[in-house]
Design a protein around this ligand. Structure first.
Ligand code: GAP
Length: 513
């Protein structure tokens, strides 16, 4: 199956099994806004909890807060978002469709690199085992030409971005002969900057109302609370403040399901350090965060670092951890060395000192900040697309299984009476009642047992516990493993310890050590 079809199947699977619905679907939906259903909400909570525990609970020097979405409007003036949180957009005059100019160019570069890869693949097939890939890449004129062209475009693009040269960006689109995918024409408007923040009014009387913004990142809630937390928590540098919460961006190109949304959730941590040590901490958080992703147990080749071409207005180093989604490698998490930009700006705009007295140096300074910032919805999509598997079983039948890490599964175990009579359902309920305080457990008696197994495979339930006639005699059940589909018998009395060992978050957190 090609990746496009796979992605379509993942989207329809997540709707069919209650993971994700289009927002306000009965009114034909709201573009780029999604709701999490009964399964999605559990999976999302588990991901958030895993992140929170790994940041806050596992680090003595990181604490968590929960700041408001609405903030004083000056916050966004100080942070630079009012003036600089823009995307360059361009319209096609024939289709009337709007695009991000930078995305058009980046996609063109990716296409060029894709052509080079295709040449290598073709040659590998043609030459078979004797193929020397490294030599071919270094010497084949067509491969070299594609790569050279891509690099030249990338350089021109980088320069134009740095100079904020919108005419140059448009010229590059023309020079690359990029056409609108809808109209197929090169009839483009000028490139304009478009601010991504949503605004609204606070106050009941319109003349007195203040324009305020829906926060486009959670980070500023941390910066404005830096001193509150440092003083009340008696925090010593280096220390971190973590937070999860909603953020809002009026994205021009909002597509690819929950990858790019207008309302989404971020999980951010600002790590405050002594000036001059920020690059050491930047490297530390790069490897710590990559390691965190690897603990989820998916193929390590699915993640890669990508250094930013253009640094944001606040950064002196920045990279993304990219994940290979069904539509290619894309940003999953950002790691940014934000210098003292934010705290200094807030000092200037608020007139309050936001400094730390370092007892070892016997001096006060504005700390530098290294930030880790991951989108919870993107993490959800990465995990969902990696876990989704369509399998043909040895007996020729098919199943869809969500091979989620056990600790993240929405339901940890399903207790299934073999038949809905002779007290088996009541026994199943008794088991649920004993386990429900520690785990999300469900019971259901409808349909043949095989069908119920399949349904739980499809939502990623690690274990199906079956209550049969033997259970009524000797207080044992069978426990079926989602991935191997193997079953074994076990006393009911051992279930809690067994589930604890296999499905608790502790098992994932242990891997971080
Ligand atoms: N505080 C830094 C910051 O916000 P960012 O790279 O703009 O940096 C961080 O965003 C992360 O938030 C991204 O890596 C991505 O996972 C997520 N994110 C950003 N925009 C998003 C959107 N429109 N929809 C879903 N997730 C988004």
């Amino acid at each position: 199956m090609n990746q496009e079809d796979l992605f379509k199947n993942i989207i329809s699977h997540s709707k069919e099994y209650g993971f994700i619905f289009q927002s306000s679907e009965i009114y034909d939906g709201l573009s780029a806004v999604y709701d999490y259903g009964q399964m999605g909400a559990e999976l999302k909570n588990n991901l958030r909890t895993f992140w929170w525990k790994s940041m806050v609970q596992m680090h003595q020097n990181i604490v968590g807060i929960d700041a408001s979405i609405f903030m004083h409007p000056t916050t966004w003036k100080a942070s630079g978002h009012v003036d600089a949180f823009n995307d360059p957009l361009i319209d096609n005059k024939d289709s009337k469709k709007r695009y991000r100019a930078d995305v058009l160019i980046e996609e063109h570069i990716a296409k060029m690199m894709g052509k080079a890869e295709k040449e290598v693949e073709k040659a590998a097939k043609r030459f078979g085992e004797s193929f020397d890939e490294a030599l071919y890449r270094q010497t084949n004129p067509r491969v070299l030409e594609y790569i050279e062209k891509a690099k030249a475009i990338e350089n021109t693009f980088k320069n134009a971005l740095e100079l904020n040269d919108l005419e140059g960006i448009k010229q590059l689109i023309l020079d690359c002969e990029i056409v609108c995918p809808i109209s197929g024409t090169k009839n483009w408007t000028e490139v304009r900057q478009f601010n991504l923040m949503f605004s609204t009014q606070m106050g009941s009387v319109s003349e007195d109302a203040n324009t305020i913004y829906l926060r486009p990142e959670t980070a500023q809630g941390i910066f404005v609370n830096f001193l509150n937390v440092q003083k009340t928590g008696r925090m010593k540098i280096p220390f971190g403040i973590a937070q999860t919460g909603k953020a809002f961006r009026n994205e021009i190109v909002a597509r690819q399901f929950i990858f790019r949304m207008r309302e989404f959730e971020q999980m951010e941590m600002q790590f405050f350090v002594r000036p001059g040590t920020e690059m050491t901490w930047y490297d530390y958080w790069k490897s710590t965060r990559m390691n965190w992703h690897h603990t989820l147990g998916f193929d390590v080749k699915k993640h890669q670092f990508h250094d930013h071409l253009k640094l944001a207005h606040y950064a002196n180093a920045a990279c993304d951890i990219e994940f290979e989604f069904p539509f290619g490698f894309k940003e999953l998490e950002g790691i940014h060395s934000r210098t003292d930009f934010d705290l200094k700006k807030h000092e200037t705009y608020s007139g309050k000192k936001l400094q730390y007295f370092d007892p070892e140096l016997n001096e006060s300074y504005v700390p530098y900040v290294v930030e880790t910032s991951i989108g919870l919805d993107r993490l959800f999509l990465a995990v969902l697309s990696e876990a989704y598997k369509e399998q043909i079983l040895p007996d020729g039948s098919q199943r869809v299984v969500l091979a989620l890490p056990f600790a993240l599964a929405p339901i940890k175990a399903a207790v299934l009476p073999l038949v809905n009579k002779d007290g088996l359902a009541e026994k199943a309920e008794e088991i649920v009642n004993a386990l429900k305080y520690d785990f999300v457990i469900r019971t259901e008696a409808k349909d043949a047992i095989g069908k119920r197994y399949r349904r739980h495979d499809a939502i990623g339930t690690p274990f199906c516990i079956t209550v049969d006639y033997e259970t009524m005699e000797n207080q044992t059940v069978t426990i079926r493993h989602r991935d191997t589909m193997e079953q074994h018998r076990m006393p009911i009395a051992d279930l809690k310890a067994y589930l604890d060992t296999h499905v608790s978050l502790t098992s994932l957190l242990n891997k971080l050590a």
